[in-house]
Ligand binder design. Sequence first.
Ligand code: SF4
Ligand code: SF3
Length: 551
Amino acid sequence: MDMFCYQCQETAKNTGCIKRGVCGKTAKTAGLQDLLIYVLKGISVWGRKAEEIRSFDKNAAAFITEALFSTITNANFDDDRFVALIKEGLNVRQRVRESFLSAYKKESGKEFTEELHDCAIWFSDRAEEFHEKARQVGVLATEDEDIRSLRELVIYGLKGLAAYAEHAAVLGYQNDDIYRFVFEALESTARDLSLENMIGMVMKTGEMGVQAMALLDKANTETYGNPEITKVNIGVRKTPGILISGHDLRDMDDLLKQTEGSGVDIYTHSEMLPANYYPVFKKYDHFVGNYGNAWWQQGKEFASFNGPILMTTNCLIPVRDAYKDRIFSTGAVGYPGMKHIPDRADGKPKDFSELIELAKTCAPPTEIETGTIVGGFAHDQVLKLADKVVGAIKSGAIKQFVVMAGCDGRHKTRSYYTELAEALPKDTIILTAGCAKYRYNKLQLGDIDGIPRVLDAGQCNDSYSLVVVALKLKEVFKLDDINDLPISYDIAWYEQKAVIVLLALLHLGVKNIRLGPTLPAFLSPNVAKVLVEKFNIKPITTVEEDMKAML
Ligand code: SF4
Ligand code: SF3
């Protein structure tokens, strides 16, 4: 076994990647990520201690969120970046530790002598030396499979939460409660807790996930306006373009501003599609629409786009020769040899001039489809339609909502989601968010009294909008339990952002969630049993069987 990672849905044999990741992650990168997580735990151990004497190191917490984000599936494959993060992490740990020790001495008049498991490591970036260390501190270092399962469930949830907190922070929105929780949760995975307390930590991760999504929703909508119903063009124009993928709206903002009047068009890809729904972005004439589908089809779609591609976040697949000279990373993304656009400095925007100049020398995108797709049904827009929606429910025109949010992926079995969308009766509405929507958002599923049968709230983090809508309906219909609404949940997962969305739904008391295309490999049989008993989570079966049960 050269590595061990089982954090995503495509993990080898649904047990774990042990030689090389199905995603393309090498054993070396996996080892570096294991070491980085370990260093972050060490920072948290001292961060929590510091909190006991009312000293809170916000910068350390912000560093942890940024570093956790870089370990999300398909975000960063660049070993140099992880080596740099580990080294920086060790410095942060040292700083937090020393400031705690001196504050403790000042406050109590004595030295701190308690023995802490503070995840101290000696780090060498020579592969033969760090591999053994990575093995000692990685996922399998926890021998008991149930404890391992619960610890990793917390860590994967935290990775998703960190990504959302980081997006909000980029827009100037931070929340100390979320940062404090990052310390608390990570530290909890470095020590022995009872199973009961660990399950409590899993649930608290879901609770804080709701807060992180709410914070990001506030950041996005206060900065760029509330998403509104929008028809998005999926064809192309005859001018060169830049394709922007991922979730970072501030990168979108900088890019649109810098390309205005340049003769270069902007297209979104995959999870950036919802940028088309924001009023601040819609006003740009050179913002053409969306090109392509979910992340896993980028190999052929990036090739046919012909122009520069900007990856602002996951999901990046191993880069192909056809476009290796015109793809750029930024933020948490990285890939060996790929040009990386540096972060903002001194409040100035990121500099995308290299992409813009390159775009001018490229051919326009090759058309792969034509037409439009409709989206923009985040909470504000849906609540504006509330009377209509409530009326349609009361009249029986809408019988059921099915939440089909989450991620898309390569597995053939994901055709289930397309078939389900096609098979659902015409009096049902699909609520969606995340890249899962590409399995059915180009089907002609019609509308109910003018309400489209697929309501796309936006990115995976906009699953928050679906929750706001559900809570509003609960209030309108004067129900005590969110599970009494005519809403079923059939969630598709792939990476760790879907894990935090799932934990957030559990925290809100949502039961009977179907999860697919497979249950996470990191759920041990006993932990899966707890989730079944408490929340009646179940794997998807067949379209017919699930549809019958949901309706
Ligand atoms: Fe395997 Fe997924 Fe981990 Fe990649 S992220 S190594 S595919 S489990
Ligand atoms: Fe997609 Fe990676 Fe999860 Fe944001 S881009 S939902 S998979």
